[in-house]
Design a protein around this ligand. Structure first.
Ligand SMILES: Nc1ncnc2c1ncn2[C@@H]1O[C@H](COP(=O)(O)OP(=O)(O)OP(=O)(O)O)[C@@H](O)[C@H]1O
Ligand SMILES: [Mg+2]
Length: 199
């Protein structure tokens, strides 16, 4: 019970689960027909625990398809961009996590609409919701996230598109660093303009 006598602090209803927040824990309970999604999320979250960009897992319960994890008490990427409350470093941290996932051959899926699935706590991003993840030799996390940033920030540079294509085909550190450097410059300009508009 919280101070107001409620059993849960918050309840989120996703398409595949209901997430209850109790204290500092989020309990994600999958719909009963989605046991495969449950096991995939358990597998990916467990594997990624040491990398510190997914919520810490406390326990899992296969009987009711629930995962109890750390509740990331922050704000999601969509809202932060809407409020123009993100800086370059925050977005580039997300891009680096996408690169890590690419290198690990984990296709998170939905990285072209990650609004609700990246939560920031004190400028540190956490990636949630891995139930649709797959293992593939060439994941598209970086390219999807780049496309999302371009769309969301309403920036339209052929150069970035070309660098993203180049990265997609080569998939090496050099082409990633080139893409990152150029994207950093462009986001930097966007954040400067945003600051002026907020004044
Ligand atoms: N560990 C967490 N910390 C903070 N919030 C969380 C956490 N896990 C889930 N949530 C909240 O619950 C919502 C639903 O979670 P999640 O996306 O994992 O469920 P889903 O059923 O897979 O939903 P979706 O329909 O978005 O695929 C998230 O958008 C987020 O707001
Ligand atoms: Mg989901």
């Amino acid at each position: 019970m919280d101070k107001k006598g409620r059993a849960f602090r918050r309840v989120f209803r996703g398409r595949h689960s209901v997430v209850y927040v109790s204290g500092d824990k989020a309990i994600k309970i999958f719909k009963e027909e989605l046991s495969y999604n449950f096991w995939k999320e358990v597998a990916f979250l467990s594997y990624l625990q040491p990398l510190n960009f997914v919520p810490k897992i406390y326990s899992i319960c296969p009987d009711n398809l629930s995962i109890t994890m750390k509740y990331i008490d922050g704000e999601n990427l969509g809202k932060l961009i809407e409020k123009r409350n993100v800086d370059t470093e925050m977005l580039i941290k997300c891009l680096d996590i996408c690169r890590t996932l690419d290198r690990l051959m984990i296709q998170k899926e939905e990285m072209n609409m990650p609004e609700k699935h990246i939560i920031f706590k004190k400028s540190k991003p956490y990636f949630i919701d891995f139930e649709r993840g797959t293992i593939t030799p060439k994941p598209a996390n970086v390219s999807q996230f780049t496309a999302y940033i371009m769309r969301k920030l309403k920036i339209n540079f052929k150069e970035i598109e070309d660098l993203a294509k180049n990265y997609k085909s080569k998939f090496d550190d050099e082409s990633y660093e080139k893409l990152k450097l150029n994207l950093t410059r462009i986001i930097e300009d966007w954040t400067k303009k945003s600051k002026k508009q907020r004044r």
